[in-house]
Design a binder for this molecule. Sequence first.
Ligand code: PEP
Length: 249
Amino acid sequence: MRDYYIAGNWKMHKTRSEAAELAGALAAQLKDGKHKYLVAPSFTSLETVGAIIKGTNIRLGAQDVACEEQGAHTGEVSVLQLKDLGVRTVILGHSERRHIYKEDDELINKKVKLALKHGFEVILCVGELLEEREAGKAEAVCETQTAKGLAGVALEDLDRVVIAYEPVWAIGTGKTATPEDADAVHAFIRKVIARLYGQAAAEQIVIQYGGSVKPENAAQLMAKENIDGALVGGAALKAETFVPIAKFG
Ligand code: PEP
């Protein structure tokens, strides 16, 4: 059986003291939580948050990583530096990286392979734009982003890969995909994984939903057969909204 996995992406929010306050509240309030949890603060708060959640049931994640191990890459952060901070998971291919910073599937794939090589868990985000959905291309976009993002990833590393289906039109907009629509795309992504890695791998892989997940809609989304958790943005910034999502149901 797949375990539910609820992750909070704090994006470019919070100073270290604000991040520490939230991390402390989550550590206390999720102590008895039954699912798998992750928080991904900004790079600048990783060390602070890492010290607070050390030994708790909350994993430390980063929101991105460089595609090279080290070297002349001004402004980038390497896998070695993240490992040194105790980061265990990296979010890759987030729609803000794809669409604002023009990351393409080839670059994302390079990052995926490098992070896996260094033992990280990877949350690979995929999802269509509104115009792609309206043109009937949602599945094709998710198929391409999944297949290209995972190109060259071996089956034995797939247990450290999580897919986050995040329809771009639902991110930060307050519009959520209906549980039925999201489940249909999750089922489709599972089929893509089955084609690439076989049925057993497809049944095991965790597929999170992301896009305006809130306390009010979390349980209905999680009730769907193919939805195994959530990648949460806005509602992850406060304990009073993240905790009820993390303890949905
Ligand atoms: C996200 O950024 O991954 C996200 C899903 O954001 P929000 O929950 O704010 O839509």
